[in-house]
Design a protein. Structure first.
Length: 252
C-alpha cells in the first residue's frame, strides 16, 4: 500500500465565530487522484488552504509528508480558484510561468536555462507554448487559467491541488486537461476541487465530499450518503460513460 502523504486528524476550523470544518479525518496516499466535491460554502477551499499551511486549524493536526504543511510547501503545487492579476501589467506568459521558480533567495532575473526549459515544457503540456511571448492581457480566461496551471507545474510538485481551476475552460479544453492530469498522476498525487462530477467516470481514483464534515470514499464513485450530505437534491453525473440521475430523498 502506498504511504500516506497527507494526514488530517480531528481537524476543526472556524471563521468569524462560524464553524467551517468540524471533526475532519482523512488520509491521502501517494498516487491518489482525489476529487473533492460539495456545495459552495461547504469548506472545500478552506480545507485546501489548511493543508497548504495558508490557514491554521483551531484544533487538530495536519501532516504533509510527515511534517507541518509550511515546512514542505515547496513540494506542493497549487492552482487557486480565483487568481487576481492586473491584465494591463506588461508581463508575458513566460514571465508568469517563471514566477513558479522564484524563491526567497532567487531574484526575478536569475532564471537559469533549466528554469526556462521547465517553463517551455509546462507550456507545451498545456498547449500554450505558442503564446509564450504574448502579454497576459491578450489572453482569454481559459488561456490564462492554463498559464496558471503551467506555473504550478514548473515547481515540479509531488502533490498538485487545483481549486475549480477548470471553471473558465470549455468542455474540450477540460477533457484535454483531465487527460493531462491522468498522465501526471503517474508521478504526482492530485486533488481537484470540482462540481464537474463527470470527471469521476474516467480520471479520479477517490472522492471526498466536504460540507463542514468530510466523507471519504476510496473509489471513483459518489455514494448516496455523499450526495445527500452535499446537495440534498437530484444530481446529474456520468458513471462508466453513461449519464444518469441519482435521486436522494429530500424535502420540497
Amino acid at each position: 500500500m502506498n504511504e500516506p502523504v497527507i494526514e488530517v486528524d480531528d481537524l476543526w476550523f472556524t471563521f468569524n465565530g462560524q464553524p467551517v470544518l468540524e471533526e475532519v479525518n482523512v488520509t491521502i496516499r501517494r498516487g491518489e487522484f482525489l476529487a473533492i466535491i460539495g456545495p459552495n460554502g461547504g469548506g472545500k477551499t478552506t480545507f485546501l488552504k489548511l493543508i497548504l499551511g495558508l490557514l491554521n486549524p483551531d484544533r487538530g493536526e495536519i501532516k504533509v509528508f510527515g511534517r507541518a504543511p509550511r515546512k514542505v510547501s515547496h513540494r506542493i503545487g497549487y492552482v487557486p480558484q480565483n487568481v487576481h492579476i492586473n491584465k494591463d501589467f506588461p508581463i508575458t506568459v513566460m514571465d508568469v510561468v517563471l514566477m513558479g521558480r522564484i524563491g526567497p533567495s532567487k531574484g526575478w532575473s536569475r532564471h537559469s536555462k533549466r528554469d526556462r526549459r521547465a517553463a517551455q515544457s509546462a507550456l507545451e503540456k498545456l498547449a500554450m507554448w505558442e503564446f509564450h511571448d504574448r502579454r497576459i492581457g491578450n489572453l482569454s480566461g481559459g488561456q490564462l487559467q492554463r498559464v496558471f496551471i503551467a506555473r504550478a507545474l514548473i515547481t515540479e510538485p509531488e502533490i498538485l491541488f487545483m481549486d475549480e481551476a477548470m471553471a473558465s475552460i470549455d468542455a474540450q479544453g477540460r477533457s484535454d486537461l483531465y487527460h493531462l492530469l491522468k498522465e501526471l498522476n503517474k508521478s504526482i498525487t492530485i486533488a481537484v476541487v470540482s462540481h464537474d462530477l463527470m470527471v469521476l467516470s474516467s480520471y479520479v481514483k477517490s472522492v471526498a465530499c466536504v460540507n463542514r464534515n468530510l466523507l471519504y470514499h476510496e473509489a471513483a464513485e459518489v455514494t448516496t450518503e455523499m450526495l445527500d450530505m452535499a446537495y440534498h437534491c437530484p444530481v446529474d453525473l456520468v458513471a462508466h460513460g453513461l449519464p444518469h440521475r441519482v435521486l436522494c430523498q429530500h424535502e420540497d
